[in-house]
Design a protein around this ligand. Structure first.
Ligand code: ATP
Length: 345
């Protein structure tokens, strides 16, 4: 009988609760025990009442709620071997032999680091006298499965991450509201959205709301003369609207406001797409745990061309890192090729 621990880690994203709910209910229906680990890796390191066995009813109502109800954190202790040793101890004490982690590339890397140190951590715990060889015996193998919860949609090997579409909806709503004011006062608005190295949110929001101009990390302004280019485009668009034409006399001397949308774009209810995605992927995560053998690399559950996928986690994380590095050294072509092997200008 498998005993699965489930945690959410890193930045929260809408749909994480749906993933937890699916994992809990499918695990139970497949005869497994399932444990919620609170506050990401904090709960794993600290144990005690931060690890709680979940029943069917514990995840009632989870589908419709944003954020993550079992909590998330950025945990320094888990980055150290000592923290992971404590994690191994708490897993053995709770009988947990599989871990499903929903988070970004950092969180998924952390899970794989734990697995790579297995079963060495157990030997260390036995040597320190914290657990017995008998307690360790059923834990020889640790299964780790990753689910990608992130609004940034920045993970390689998957078309979309849990939470990205909800966030996009929220951004569009916010921009629509701002547009009303922008039109009324002929103001220009500069909207800053999240996404770190990945321009997906910015680009999709720009297309969906009819932005005049968009800046994304993958394609910064082509020429040094981007100011004129931008003014030209805005100017052209403004000219289309008769009722603000007269205001163009001073060309771009528009009253301009900058709005940083901040965390409203991350919280809030998950849209139906994210609920479905997280549910289907949660189901697959439990199946991946049940299929796993000691020599299969840790899988990451993704989605490609509308099909739920299961691919090596560290390959996806490695690719994601390479993309970020290519962007930071301004090798945008390489970044796009890494994201999409069929990419052409
Ligand atoms: P987001 O995309 O929201 O930033 P993330 O999962 O990438 O999410 P991180 O802060 O990078 O967020 O990682 C979350 C937690 O995962 C860290 O606080 C740490 O506990 C653990 N973690 C990350 N990287 C490692 C690593 N290399 N080794 C061990 N643990 C790690």
């Amino acid at each position: 009988k498998k005993r699965i621990g489930m945690l959410t880690s890193g930045g929260d994203s809408p749909g994480m609760n749906a993933a937890v709910r699916a994992v809990v209910r499918v695990a139970i229906s497949r005869g497994c025990d399932v444990y919620a680990i609170y506050e990401g890796y904090e709960g794993l390191v600290n144990g005690g009442d931060m690890i709680k066995k979940f029943g069917w009813a514990d995840v009632r109502g989870y589908l419709a709620i944003g954020g993550t109800l079992i909590g998330s954190a950025r945990c320094k202790a888990f980055r150290e071997r000592e923290g992971r040793l404590n994690s191994a101890y708490n897993m053995v004490k709770n009988g947990i032999d599989a871990l499903i982690v929903c988070g970004g590339d950092g969180s998924l890397t952390g899970a794989d680091v734990l697995r790579s140190e297995w079963p060495g951590l157990l030997d260390e715990l036995i040597k320190e006298g914290r657990i017995t060889a008998e307690e360790a015996a059923p834990h020889k193998h640790l299964t780790v499965v990753g689910l990608v919860g992130s609004i940034d949609n920045d993970m390689s090997s998957t078309d979309i991450t849990i939470g990205a579409v909800s966030s996009l909806h929220r951004i569009c709503e916010a921009v629509d509201s701002i547009s009303a004011t922008a039109l009324s006062h002929s103001r220009a608005f500069v909207i800053e959205v999240m996404g770190r190295n990945c321009g997906w949110l910015a680009l999709m929001a720009a297309v969906s709301t009819g932005a005049d101009f968009v800046f994304i990390p993958e394609r910064p302004p082509a020429s040094d003369d981007w100011e004129s280019e931008m003014c030209e485009i805005l100017n052209k668009h403004r000219k289309l609207a008769d009722y603000i034409k007269e205001l163009l006399s001073n060309r771009m001397k528009l009253d301009t406001r900058v709005t940083t949308l901040g965390h409203t774009q991350r919280g809030g209810k998950p849209c139906s797409f994210d609920r479905n995605l997280a549910t289907l992927q949660g189901v697959e995560a439990v199946h991946a745990v049940l299929r796993a053998t000691s020599d299969t690399p840790s899988p990451m559950i993704g989605v490609r061309q509308n099909k739920i996928t299961c691919e090596p986690l560290m390959k996806a994380v490695g690719l994601t890192r390479q993309v970020a590095e290519a962007i930071s050294r301004k090798d945008f072509r390489r970044a796009m090729e890494l994201r999409d092997p069929e990419f052409s200008e």
